[in-house]
Write a protein that binds this ligand. Structure first.
Ligand code: AMP
Ligand code: ZN
Length: 468
């Protein structure tokens, strides 16, 4: 498997630190509002990376944080007259609902910055002891120029940064030794949440949070660190500086960054106001369509959001789902008995579609080509599989489509709600089966309905049914 590493600027063979295991950290959202579909892009693409690695047999320890203390959260809390904690808890819960509807698996651990303050104080103390940090009136800064490798991820040259970035000197930070130095700890302002520390009552800087949560849940040296490309500089560059100076180890072996989700070729963002929340999209579309849309482009390419592309994703997804549901009918009508030798040979061909799928994904998670492989399989199924095949063969082909989709987090098997009329018809069929003493069929219908959440009650007035 080859993955593109932002740090080396090339695709590298993926070799995990511990064979068979992957440790992966993905920077999560700041929770002060509903997430927008730009925030959903890293969630969907890195969930797909995780699923693919699991498909390859790796055990993935996947950590993704929630930044639950931040100026924007505090501002929102003041606006509403509630605590910052109330705001972050509310939007973490909403974010988790969105993740579930996008079929993004929960992380192995979702740490919260506010629950990890003692680890942050510990790391900052070590950096102070080693001379990498200094305290000015309760604000602690990282001494950037002391870390010789600073800039190795974003390929920025320290001297260029220093001369070109006077703007880095934010008002109130004139006390810094160097404009490039960044905050590790800052004193509280009136009305802000704070924690006690050796330097001041205050709160951590954003970058130190991820260094600490990654270390605590994954160790000092991890396989993959990921996030949107806007995080390369300064966030990830600063994380590397803090972690490597504190731990004396390489922080992350592979740096993966997704491209932006744009709208009219501009980055979708809260500050520009050009965003759609995941919730808004859910009013118009099944969120599986959103997932399909995101995966139809390579994760490193910019992706422009448009109604047309969403429509074509919707149609494409429908084609897959139609094939899967047709195969169900074909299977029901197909020949019983053992798979034939000819079919066994055909199944070897079916496996070739999986090989193409894997090849695409092995090449830096080329989901667009992987989806193309799924379509080739769908085409094959539509023109080669019919009721003259054995049910076992039809089911194997159908399962293969479902499986490849599932690796991408796409649900190909629609659990359609039965219409009332369909339920009545099945009940009538069940009554007829009972009359004919075909109890096996009658039971089969009962359990088929149960699977759809419909329970039957045999009463004196006849059969009644209700939805779960
Ligand atoms: P934030 O809440 O702004 O810290 O963002 C959370 C995650 O979403 C980070 O990994 C960002 O890089 C990513 N992100 C934010 N906006 C976009 C966008 N328009 N396209 C792709 N990723 C984004
Ligand atoms: Zn981070």
């Amino acid at each position: 498997m080859r993955v593109y590493n932002t740090q080396s600027k090339r695709k590298e063979e993926f070799v995990p630190i511990v064979p068979g295991k992957v440790s992966m950290y993905v920077c999560g959202p700041t929770v002060y509002n509903f997430i927008h579909i730009g925030n959903a892009r890293p969630m969907i693409v890195f969930d797909t990376v995780r699923r693919y690695m699991e498909h390859k047999g790796y055990e993935v320890n996947f950590v993704s944080n929630f930044t639950d203390v931040d100026d924007k959260i505090i501002a929102k809390a003041n606006e509403e007259g509630v605590t910052a904690q109330e705001i972050s808890e509310r939007y973490i819960a909403e974010c988790k609902k969105d993740m579930e509807s996008m079929n993004v698996k929960p992380a192995t651990t979702h740490p919260l910055a506010t629950q990890e303050i003692s680890g942050m104080i510990e790391m900052i103390s070590t950096l102070m002891e080693k001379g990498y940090a200094y305290n000015v009136d309760g604000t602690v800064y990282f001494r950037t120029r002391k870390f010789k490798e600073y800039g190795k991820l974003s390929h920025k040259n320290l001297d260029d940064l220093r001369s070109g970035n006077r703007s880095l000197l934010v008002t109130g930070e004139e006390q810094k030794e160097d404009p490039l130095d960044f905050v590790l700890w800052k004193p509280k302002k009136e009305g802000e949440p704070y924690w006690e520390s050796p330097w001041s009552d205050g709160r951590p800087g954003w970058h130190i949070e991820c260094s600490v949560m990654s270390k605590k849940y994954l160790g000092e040296e991890i396989d993959i660190h990921a996030g949107g490309e806007d995080l390369i500089f300064p966030h990830h560059e600063n994380e590397i500086a803090q972690s490597e100076c504190c731990n004396g180890k390489v922080f992350a072996h592979y740096w993966l960054h997704n491209g932006f989700l744009n709208i009219d070729n501009r980055k979708m963002s809260k500050s520009l106001g050009n965003f759609f929340t995941v919730r808004e999209i859910a009013e118009k579309y099944d969120l599986q369509v959103l997932r399909f849309f995101m995966l139809s482009a390579h994760y490193r390419s910019p992706l422009n959001f448009s109604a047309e592309l969403m429509e074509s994703s919707k149609n494409a997804l429908e084609r897959i789902r139609n094939a899967v549901s047709n195969l169900k009918y074909v299977q029901d009508a197909a020949v019983q008995g053992e798979i034939t030798d000819a079919e066994r040979a055909e199944l070897a061909k079916v496996m070739e579609f999986e090989n193409s799928f894997d090849e695409a994904m092995d090449d830096d998670f080329n989901t667009a080509d992987a989806i193309a492989a799924i379509f080739d399989l769908v085409k094959y199924a539509n023109s080669n599989v019919n009721a003259e095949n054995t049910a076992a063969f039809v089911s194997a082909v159908r399962d293969e489509i479902i499986k490849l989709c599932d690796i991408m987090g796409i649900i190909a098997e629609e659990k359609e709600e039965l219409l009332d009329a369909e339920i009545e018809q099945l009940i009538a069929e069940r009554q007829a089966a009972r009359k004919a003493k075909n109890f096996a069929r009658a039971d089969e219908i009962r359990s088929q309905l149960l699977e759809q959440g419909i329970t039957l009650l045999d009463t004196r007035e006849g059969v009644k049914w209700k939805r779960a």
